[in-house]
Design a protein around this ligand. Sequence first.
Ligand SMILES: Nc1ncnc2c1ncn2[C@@H]1O[C@H](COP(=O)(O)OP(=O)(O)O)[C@@H](O)[C@H]1O
Ligand SMILES: [Mg+2]
Length: 393
Amino acid sequence: MTEIVSSEGLCVTHCASLNELAHQFSEGTDFILITEEALVSSSLQAIERALRKQEPWSDIPIILLASAGPTPSRWTTGFVSKLAGNANISILERPVRVPTILSVLRSAKRARNRQRQLQGLLLQEKESASKLRSARDQLEQRVRERTSELSRINENLTSEVKERERAERDLRNLSAKVLRIQDEERRRFARDLHDGVGQILTGALIAVSQASSCSEPLPSPCQSGLRDVEDLLQQAVREVRTVSHLLHPPLLDESGLFSAVRWYAEGFSKRSGVKLRLEFDERKDRFDRNVETGLFRILQEALTNVHRHSQAEAVHIKITASKGRLLLRIQDDGKGIPSDALATTANGSQGVGLSSMRERTALLGGTFKVETNSSGTVIVVSVPIQIPKTLLA
Ligand SMILES: Nc1ncnc2c1ncn2[C@@H]1O[C@H](COP(=O)(O)OP(=O)(O)O)[C@@H](O)[C@H]1O
Ligand SMILES: [Mg+2]
């Protein structure tokens, strides 16, 4: 038998008993060949245990060489009934012809090889499943890390945004304060100038007029000197009045925005030579004092720019009040605002005029728009007639 098996190129291990076989066979064993004579009941348990211990993929072929006869021997019956559930047993009755035994050995070996291939596939599958699991674990870990990093960045951003909003709010409050103080100062200074220096000059003018109309005739050089003083005093009174009114027109407090705009714009046209077209219904409507002062200051600034920069021949001022908003539009036919000047004033780094107009509009909760090209400039300011409560400091 050893010869036959060796002729198939297989290496043969002899075992003297089932006990020894139970210890000898392994995953590398192709099949087990047992002769009926080795079946001793006392060692059946050992081989049964060894067979049970096989890996799930392994079902080692067992070939039992039994004695010929009408019924199987009790050894064979005992062995088969004991292991039938757990073993892959083929029984060959002796005498067996060599070709028969060879074909059984070959098919046993083929079956064993199949099992090994299956084991290989199972291993590969296990390996890829474990690789997949570890890749998924790594990915999950990375997602967790990234998520926590993002939420940290998000927290920082949120606090930066809050910080920035607070700074912007502070800045807005500050500029609102500055503009209010400036308006108050101008109002106070205009009144002081008018009531103080203006009154003194008027007094001096009366005194000089009285002196020049004195019944006692004065020597003629004194008379002409007094006349000169009277002229100069009259000029000074007019000048003080103009400067005081330009600083803060009393009309703005007394008669409202429309009258003040008409007075100021007509004076501007006379002083600058720029033709004027006014378009609004001069109504006696009064608006919030902040709205009236704000729009008047914007108009003053815009007309100053027209005079200083635009080389315009004409200016068109339009005011409309509708749907709860006041709209002030100032259009000139000058050369337009150079794009670099517009860009630098937009971020507040040059010229205070345009940015203070923008600032005043924002403080009234309104919108400010500049349209400009080589044939002129249009400034459009639209503010709510009722200033939103949130903007009132
Ligand atoms: N109506 C206008 N027409 C042409 N250029 C203008 C006009 N208004 C403003 N500008 C340009 O925009 C610049 C910024 O104006 P502004 O902010 O009022 O600052 P400033 O008058 O002090 O120069 C001016 O220097 C001028 O070049
Ligand atoms: Mg200016």
